[in-house]
Design a binder for this molecule. Structure first.
Ligand SMILES: Nc1ncnc2c1ncn2[C@@H]1O[C@H](COP(=O)(O)OP(=O)(O)OP(=O)(O)O)[C@@H](O)[C@H]1O
Ligand SMILES: [Mg+2]
Length: 269
């Protein structure tokens, strides 16, 4: 796709001026001696979808994982700086990480439903977190989550079938429904469409647009058309630096940094 086409798509994105839901300040990540993320600061809002773009190995996934402390599970990873969710330090010792990951959900590159029924895939989280007072409540949560994830019509007559029997695109929407079921504030998505065909990708992109405003959404993508289509804010990373963070329309039409311009014009990949 030409840079002009990208610019035309991105120029339709209107970022909303909104208060931050999450803030990151001077965040560094080290894997042993490797300095993978170098002093990154950013604000995440509910009203805008934020895209993280940049060449392979620049630190997109590393930074994304900071927002729900998924780096805690990576051997040798060390995070410094400050990340807040609604003003609360998420790295504070008293922070309950299980609660945090319900409030800041994650969807991965490869759809990873549990080898259980569609119903159970959704009900599992709410049950652990005690969100349903009765079986009727649970039915309601499952139905609403599947509706919000745009999957209800396709699965309402087969809720007892295995989640793994769905198509790849359906599985990914099931994983989004599963994240939604525990009533999150933020949904982090790491290349959620890279294993999907173009039709399934389009459905997930539509879904992201519908979910905007209800949840803060951060999406890592290698696909610049996708960033231009779904996001209102774009952060460009290179070698562990946040090079530029601005409205998507600005990043794709009039970036300030030459490294950003080189990347979006395909000069390096
Ligand atoms: N568990 C780890 N141990 C050591 N180094 C790591 C680990 N995970 C990532 N890295 C390194 O940190 C840097 C950033 O990696 P990261 O996975 O965040 O990049 P990325 O931008 O998501 O790349 P990609 O687009 O390929 O997914 C890379 O140099 C990578 O090799
Ligand atoms: Mg990655």
């Amino acid at each position: 796709m030409s840079t002009d086409t990208l610019a035309r798509i991105a120029s339709k994105q209107e970022a909303v001026d909104a208060p931050p839901l999450m803030t990151a300040r001077d965040v560094h990540v080290y894997y042993g001696k490797k300095h993978a993320l170098k002093g990154v600061s950013i604000d995440i809002t509910r009203e805008n979808v934020t895209a993280f773009i940049g060449p392979s190995g620049c630190g997109k996934s590393t930074f994304l994982r900071c927002f729900n402390r998924m780096n805690d599970t990576v051997d040798g990873a060390r995070v410094t700086g400050r990340i807040e969710l609604e003003g609360e330090d998420i790295y504070a010792p008293e922070m309950d990480v299980v609660q945090l990951r319900a409030r800041v959900g994650m969807v991965f590159q490869k759809p990873n439903p549990f080898p259980k029924s569609i119903y159970e895939n959704i009900a599992y989280g709410p049950r652990i977190h005690g969100l349903a007072a009765s079986p009727q409540d649970m039915d309601e949560i499952v139905t609403t989550s599947l509706m919000r994830a745009g999957l209800w019509e396709e699965v309402k007559d087969r809720l007892q079938d295995s989640g793994t029997a769905l198509s790849g695109g359906q599985q990914q929407r099931l994983c989004i429904a599963r994240a939604i079921a525990v009533d999150p504030e933020v949904i982090l998505m790491d290349e959620p469409c890279s294993a999907l065909d173009p039709i399934a990708t389009a459905k997930v992109e539509e879904l992201i647009d519908e979910l905007r405003g209800r949840y803060a959404i951060v999406i890592v993508t290698h696909n610049m058309q996708q960033a231009a289509r779904v996001s209102q804010k774009t952060a460009f990373f290179h070698l562990g630096d946040l090079v530029e963070y601005d409205d998507t329309s600005v990043i794709f039409t009039n970036p300030k940094e030459s490294r950003t311009r080189d990347y979006i014009t395909g000069r390096y990949g």
